[in-house]
Design a protein around this ligand. Sequence first.
Ligand code: ADP
Ligand code: MG
Length: 244
Amino acid sequence: MITIRGLKKRFHSLEVLKGIDLDIPKGKVVVVIGPSGSGKTTFLRCLNALETPDAGEITIDHVHMNFEQKISKQQLLQFRRQTGMVFQQYNLFPHMTALENVMEGPVTVQKKNKEEVREKAIQLLTKVGLGDKIDYYPYQLSGGQQQRVGIARALAMEPKVMLFDEPTSALDPELVGEVLKVMKDLANEGMTMVVVTHEMRFAKEVADEVLFMDGGYIVERGKPEQIFNHPQEERTKQFLQKLQ
Ligand code: ADP
Ligand code: MG
């Protein structure tokens, strides 16, 4: 589903991604862990074309990008539509209801039929447990509810892959579970997912593979059991120790 080769990204003199190679099969869930500043967000943003890599190639479900060649705006948009992104800060439009937030992309960007989009949006909000809150504005919703709207909004664009950047980090502890449950359901339905999170229980239960990123590289990767219980690399061991 996803093939990444030689992915590099720098901000001026700061080299953030130094050469990432990765394959993610369809329907798999990959959890990315690593210290703050190790490039996890930049990596997800490159997958969603919110950042343009300096070098390398990414293929997501037959859409191929070679970042050493010139890329048209059209190509970039097509590539971006392959993935849906869920952010740490939910980034909902404050002046729109939950339903309007979910409908916005398909109606405005994809120019789809409004009635069909509305029906689908209601289905998605129901799926994330907010069927009774569709007319609420973000300020009337808890953080956990807002983040679930964020997930429904990303799903409304019918992406092939879902990207999550620390989706529960901004939430009060008692609200984390409801968001993780929605993500777990999505994984069980067969969605391909890349999740940056420090929720180790989620990683253990849901991840097919865990990646440890540090210093611009994937330092170590493996099954959750292997990474958490038998890390091979010194840097992984040190990072995991600090989390406990
Ligand atoms: P993480 O998500 O693992 O904490 P990030 O990808 O956010 O790491 O950041 C990696 C490094 O890149 C950090 O040193 C950060 O300051 C830097 N960085 C991220 N985005 C930008 C940007 N737009 N401009 C300049 N530096 C950036
Ligand atoms: Mg980050």
